[in-house]
Write a protein that binds this ligand. Structure first.
Ligand code: CLF
Ligand code: SF4
Length: 519
């Protein structure tokens, strides 16, 4: 792939920024730019309290998508009130969830706004760390404005402590920015896969705009103009924006650098570059025509090339339009309409706050543990490795290898830990027994890692992982992830330094298509 961080951000095909003065909370024109000592250009997903203005920290600190730290501790839910869509993406089949914000798979139940509000209150009373309600399809939130805003209106009154969030393809966005602001929707995601209509024509066959269907390049041209205008209008109102981009190898892989710079210039807070999901059985245009998704290394290469522009989100789980729970888990089947009818729903805002204070203390403890582990590392010798971690949440290494249906991947150096993504896998342990047939696919998924940190692992997978060159590590069970990973890394570097082992770079890993949760 010929992407490099040095590539000039050619914006020649973009129209100039409109006359709108772009500001986020007093910061001019570039997300939440900082003048911090590290020369950081922007702040976002992996940053903490000291890295951003207090009013922005307040908006992101317990939003699991806008803060990588928060995603270990806080949950979100989606309500599927928006079935219609006003564009066609080549990676979407209308029978399935919106690929912008959800894995392919039909939503279990589409909801009316009244049903949605009932569901939110029920989930909030059962899962007090659920802090964000998002509307992310299964179509486009703003192609269904009446249902979307009626849901927000009711929630603003009945559950004022829950942050409101929406996701859109951006075509209708400029028409609804005032309403978004009116209901205190603080977080808006726009899916922007291109800023060049020639690229767009390969992704979008048509849009429906001003009562007519428009095709090809003209459609893409209108879409990109509307997306940029909507983004500028949100930024001007201080609403935090996240840009989702689907990485489509051979179509927009080299172009996403340009997208990153264009959205940063318009004040985007975060950029989430996600892998294309294109299995043939989903019946999408791309799936049926053999368009492949990226490998793990291709995804990371594009993300790394974009660094220094709009800040990157790397912990997205491409969740369902009716997902409930921590990112990566889905408790939606505990909250069907029938079940909610049977539940004793008590929405107690004080109880929720008290619980969240405990969650916050745990999150601060995780942060402090990371800082002290970093302080104990020796001089940075430039060594860089990836490790996989099995966790059920809470920011700890607390899951058995055999029970993990995803591994979180961290990049370690002696001076940093960076969350770089997650890998979905089939459960190794099926019905109480280890399933050796699953091991090769698990090894494939974490093949770029030097170690896998787990709370426990059986003898058989341990031996096979070792044979594949991946070190299983149990001794940090129930410790905070970064502290554990850095503890292992210090030992690894010492073994390399003493000549006990040789440091060998690892290979690429597979992003399992359609494996966003075993059905
Ligand atoms: Fe939902 Fe999206 Fe809001 Fe998050 S999801 S509407 S910003 S509350 Fe999050 Fe899910 Fe990724 Fe979306 S992990 S698909 S980025
Ligand atoms: Fe599908 Fe979402 Fe694209 Fe609409 S915006 S076509 S629902 S992926």
């Amino acid at each position: 792939m010929a992407i490099s961080a040095e590539s000039p951000a050619s914006t020649s095909r973009l129209r100039p920024l409109s006359g709108i003065k772009v500001e986020v909370a007093g910061q001019a024109a570039s997300g939440c730019s900082t003048t911090g000592g590290e020369g950081k250009a922007s702040c976002g997903s992996s940053d903490g309290q000291g890295d951003m203005p207090a009013e922005i920290w307040d908006k992101v600190k317990n939003h699991p998508c806008y803060s990588e730290e928060a995603h270990h501790h806080y949950a979100r839910m989606h309500v599927a009130v928006a079935p219609a869509c006003n564009i066609q993406c080549n990676y979407c089949n209308r029978k399935y969830d919106c690929s912008n914000e959800s894995r392919p798979g039909v939503v279990s139940q589409k909801l009316t706004p009244d049903q949605a509000v009932k569901k939110v209150l029920a989930v909030a009373s059962e899962i007090p760390q659920m802090t964000v309600l998002g509307i992310a399809g299964p179509g486009d939130a703003l192609a269904n404005p009446a249902k979307t805003f009626e849901t927000f209106r009711q929630l603003q009154e009945q559950a004022p402590d829950i942050k409101l969030c929406l996701s859109t393809n951006g075509l209708a966005l400029p028409d609804y920015v005032d309403e978004i602001a009116k209901y205190n929707v603080d977080h808006v995601t726009i899916t922007i896969n291109m800023v060049d209509p020639d690229v767009g024509a390969q992704i979008y066959p048509w849009i429906f705009y001003n009562h007519k269907r428009i095709y090809g390049r003209e459609a893409a041209e209108i879409l990109t103009e509307r997306q940029m205008l909507g983004l500028e209008m949100l930024t001007a109102r201080g609403i935090l924006t996240k840009i989702n981009s689907v990485l489509i190898p051979g179509i927009n892989d080299e172009h996403l650098y340009e997208v990153n710079r264009a959205v940063k210039a318009r004040g985007a807070f975060l950029h989430n570059i996600m892998p294309l999901i294109s299995e043939a059985e989903h019946g999408t245009y791309f799936g049926l025509n053999g368009q492949r998704g990226p490998t793990a290394q291709e995804l990371k290469d594009v993300q790394d090339a974009c660094m220094g522009g709009a800040n990157l989100m790397r912990h997205c789980r491409q969740c369902r339009a009716d997902a409930v729970g921590l990112l990566g888990e889905d408790r939606s089947d505990e909250f069907t309409l029938d079940q909610i009818e049977q539940m004793d729903v008590v929405y107690d805002i004080d109880k929720r706050r008290a619980y969240q204070e405990k969650v916050e203390a745990e999150r601060q403890a995780q942060h402090a543990a990371k800082q002290s582990a970093l302080a104990e590392q020796g001089a940075d010798d430039g060594m860089k490795v990836l490790v996989a971690v099995a966790t059920t949440g809470g920011g700890k290494v607390n899951q058995h290898f055999g029970h993990a249906d995803e591994f979180q991947i961290y990049e370690l150096t002696a001076s940093s830990t960076t969350f770089v993504g997650h890998r979905r896998v089939d459960l190794y342990c099926q019905g109480g027994y280890g399933e050796d047939e699953q091991l090769p696919s698990i090894v494939n998924a974490i093949n770029d890692c030097h170690a896998v940190l787990v709370s426990k692992i059986g003898a058989c997978p341990r031996d096979e992982l070792l044979a594949a060159g991946i070190e299983p590590v149990e001794e940090y069970a129930h410790e905070f992830i970064e502290k554990a990973a850095l503890g292992w890394f210090a030992g690894y570097r010492a073994r390399v330094a003493s000549g006990e082992i040789t440091h060998i770079p690892r290979g690429d890993a597979a992003i399992r298509q359609g494996a966003f949760k075993a059905a």
